[in-house]
Design a protein. Sequence first.
Length: 124
Amino acid sequence: MAETKKFICVACPVGCALTATVRGTEVLQLEGNICPRGVSYASDEMANPLRTFTSTVRVTGGVLPVCPVRSRTPLPLAKVFDVTREVAEASLSAPVTIGQVIIENVCGTGTDIVASRSLGVRSI
Ligand code: SF4
């Protein structure tokens, strides 16, 4: 049985409001997209929704107490809570270098959690 799903396409900053007619994970019809990337986004959103994960990790001895981190590539939405728990338990020691791998293959997603910025050592 077909049903209607509504999404905001986040493939670019325009943020088109999409209305999809779907059956299971198949997109039968799509309205609201102003370019073909919206079709890909809606299909991915139904079959395997992905999100770029962002958070912070505690830092010992740094100029700031936490370092912003992100997933190197988008990871499955279904794994976000597991990833949140694993990242919450992580900690770092300064210095931190932008792009430094914080957690490799986080929760078996095939992507890494990496530092989003460099962080120097706190001077006494
Ligand atoms: S449908 Fe195209 S224009 Fe609209 S938000 Fe998605 S990528 Fe951007």
